[in-house]
Ligand binder design. Structure first.
Ligand code: CA
Length: 249
């Protein structure tokens, strides 16, 4: 009997929202998902001459394409996830090489791949993944940002990091260099686990405690996304806001 590396995406419910916020003229965030293929991601682009918008949407497209029809894939999930991010990096990097105005364009990326009772979280930059389990919110990713690295080294306190004028500087991006390394973590999932993928436009404005309260209060995923966006806008809406919620059944 031929054994196939057949992937069974978990039954999940998902919803997402993106919003320009109150200060920016455009929206450089992008999200995409396929419940069927078990893949979910949020990207936050950067770069002049519309490079940011291009970069985030190119990354979403590249990753979703890699996982389309994923049940037939012969690769282990972690390797496939890395491969999809490398493909996104190549697409953006080569696009930018053709136009000097786009040099340096890039995007953050946070992706969740769910298969049966396992999940993989990959990220580059400061878009984040959280998991709410039994009412408790846990941040699963560590920002690739200058201030976060300073905090880890004990050179800045978390509150100094929040106020730092350098807090926007990320140390890794998809597409701005020839190659990129994503952090990748494998987890086991339980029925009822709620994953939140978000851009920094949410997490800069709304603290963990408020995010937790909203997610515990709003069981409906669309309404929860709307409430998160509203909270970020109420707090100032300084940046584009994107959230994607995935609940394991
Ligand atoms: Ca942002």
């Amino acid at each position: 009997m031929a054994l196939q590396n057949k992937i069974v995406p978990a039954a999940c419910d998902a919803a997402a929202a993106t919003d320009r916020g109150r200060r920016r003229h455009g929206n450089e965030d992008a999200f995409g998902y396929s419940v069927e293929d078990g893949i979910y991601l949020v990207c936050d682009g950067m770069g002049g001459a519309a490079g940011g918008e291009m970069a985030s949407s190119m990354a979403v497209t590249a990753v979703l394409e890699r996982f389309a029809g994923w049940t037939a894939a012969a690769k282990p999930p972690a390797a496939a996830l890395r491969e999809s991010i490398a493909a996104a990096n190549r697409a953006i990097y080569s696009y930018a090489q053709a136009d000097f105005r786009l040099h340096g364009m890039g995007t953050t990326l946070v992706a969740l791949l769910v298969e049966d009772r396992r999940a993989w979280v990959a990220h580059v930059g400061d878009s984040r993944c959280y998991r709410l389990r039994s009412g408790v919110l846990e941040q699963l990713t560590c920002d690739h940002s200058l201030v976060e690295e300073q905090v880890r080294l004990g050179r800045l306190t978390p509150s100094e990091a929040q106020r730092s004028p350098l807090r926007n500087l990320i140390t890794r991006a998809v597409g701005s260099r020839q190659a990129v390394t994503a952090d990748l973590e494998e987890l086991s999932t339980e029925a009822g686990d709620l994953f939140l993928l978000s851009s920094d436009g949410l997490t800069r404005e709304v603290g963990t405690r408020d995010i937790t309260a909203i997610l515990n209060r709003e069981r409906d995923l669309d309404r929860a996304c709307a409430a998160l966006v509203q909270a970020a806008n109420r707090a100032g809406g300084h940046d584009n806001i994107t959230c994607l919620l995935v609940r394991a059944r």
